[in-house]
Design a protein around this ligand. Structure first.
Ligand code: LLP
Length: 446
């Protein structure tokens, strides 16, 4: 397993993260356990801040959908980044963490009137408007509230990033955004410019996730700026903001070759500036919305090995105490992960096994065919790069409580999400009065 961030193997042969022995973390906080490496998370934020903001006056907006908790909001705010939220729940989290609302960007392809009103009341920085229905609804709500909402239109540039089929969002046939090539985008710009209650600031696109080809961003910038030039010719209005979304890929397993953030920044900014100059437009302020490349490599998950089932000549299944409930990605996208035995981290891997989750679902396999030093019940398995789209996509299937999350730094470990209890699972359950009548004893006929 590649060692990410502050990970190292200590003198006892145990995996250490943030100066904490992971076997001690497992003992103290139990498993499954999400471990977030604070120094690594912050470093990833800083890399973006330096490459985009300090160097090019760009704006970096952390995509909260990858991992959002109150503590995460605090770190993101302290690192000077903005926050992309996509729901009332994420917005509420940001609000409760006192995240500066002017740095909040409200996304989503079907925001409800209630959510839009909430965001207007909180005075979020930008509404990322996805469609004409939302544009009209937001305009009306803003007028009724006597305010003007700053908006950015989400467009579909038709650029396909080379990545997993399920997570492409930039192609023309997409539920997200407004299509440029068939004229709907221009029509929506005209509508936005004439809608009272909204102020159009710029355009947005998101061409996919887990992207390794930086040219995809230049290509997207080209399509977006070409469109901006057409809009300028048609209306005399030009965008002062261009948001190229998120998507930079990370290392999960062998074969993944992430691009450095500086290259990403330089490629994107150069494309925007040169194309703007070509069309005689002022270069808009560049915005990006990275999620996975900030939170992903900073997170790991610890599990305890339970049943080990050998089917001779076929496969050895090593079952752990979590699985698709805390990490649905392998089951949903066939995502690959790396792992090691945290309590035997310096032992040589000798056998190929497959890591099974504990859900009643044969697709609940975390890792197929991984070489480990013969796992035994009680061993601690650490899976790396689980910081993005794990906790945020976790679920209670089989009534499994969600794991706790600890933030580790320089030997300190603090709970930032408490482990769910069985009673938490019942918190919203209600039994109608008529079911609570004295239960009749039904005698079974023998
Ligand atoms: N901005 C927008 C508008 C997005 O839709 C996304 C991700 C991002 C930014 C952040 O992209 P990132 O930098 O994290 O790639 N659940 C899937 C990924 C879905 C991507 C959703 N949009 C997965 O686990 O791979």
């Amino acid at each position: 397993m590649k060692l990410h961030g502050t990970m190292k193997i200590n003198a006892s042969g145990h995996l250490e993260i943030g100066g904490c022995d992971t076997t001690e973390l497992a003992e103290r906080f139990e498993t499954p356990l999400y471990v977030l490496d604070e120094a690594h998370f912050r470093q990833n934020c800083r890399n973006y801040y330096r490459a985009f903001t300090e160097k090019h006056d760009g704006i970096v907006i952390y995509a909260g959908k990858t991992l959002l908790t109150l503590a995460v909001c605090h770190m993101v705010a302290q690192e000077g980044l903005g926050l992309d939220v996509v729901s009332g729940g994420e917005l509420h989290t940001a609000r409760k963490a006192c995240f500066p609302m002017e740095k909040v960007y409200f996304h989503g392809n079907n925001k409800s009137a209630k959510e839009l009103q909430m965001a207007l009341d909180y005075k979020v920085g930008r509404f990322m408007v996805d469609n004409q229905y939302e544009l009209k609804l937001l305009g009306r709500l803003a007028r009724e509230s006597g305010v003007t909402a700053d908006i950015i239109l989400r467009l579909t540039p038709g650029v396909e990033a080379h990545t997993h089929e399920y997570i492409k969002t930039g192609q023309v046939d997409s539920k997200f955004g407004i299509v440029i090539e068939n004229g709907q985008a221009l029509e929506t710009v005209q509508l936005a410019l004439s809608t009272e209650g909204v102020r159009l600031r710029g355009f947005h696109c998101h061409i996919g996730s887990q992207i390794f080809e930086l040219e995809s961003y230049s290509h997207a910038a080209d399509v977006m700026m070409r469109f901006a030039a057409a809009v300028h010719r048609e209306t005399g209005w030009a965008p002062d903001e261009l948001n190229l979304g998120g998507g930079l890929g990370i290392y999960y397993a062998h074969g993944d070759e992430p691009q450095p953030v500086e290259h990403y920044a330089d490629t994107a900014i150069q494309a925007v500036r040169s194309i703007a100059a070509q069309y005689g437009l002022p270069a808009p302020r560049l915005m990006v919305e990275p999620g996975r490349s900030i939170s992903g490599p900073a997170g790991s998950t610890l599990y305890t090995v339970g049943a080990v089932k050998d089917i001779p000549g076929i496969r050895k299944y090593v079952a752990v105490d979590g699985g698709m409930g805390d990490n649905p990605r392998p089951a949903m996208y066939q995502s690959r992960y790396e792992a090691l035995l945290a309590n035997r981290a310096s032992e040589e891997p000798q056998e190929t096994v497959s890591i099974a989750g504990r859900c009643c679902e044969s697709g609940d396999m975390l890792i197929w065919d991984i070489k480990l030093p013969s796992p035994q019940p009680g061993d601690i398995l650490a899976v790396s790069a689980t910081g993005a789209y794990n906790y945020s996509m976790s679920m209670n299937y089989n009534r499994l409580p969600r794991p706790a999350m600890v933030l580790v730094k320089e030997g300190h470990a603090d709970i930032i999400v408490a482990r769910e209890t069985y009673d938490d699972l019942l918190r919203n359950d209600q039994v109608p009065a008529r079911l609570q009548e004295k239960q009749k004893v039904v005698k079974l006929a023998r």
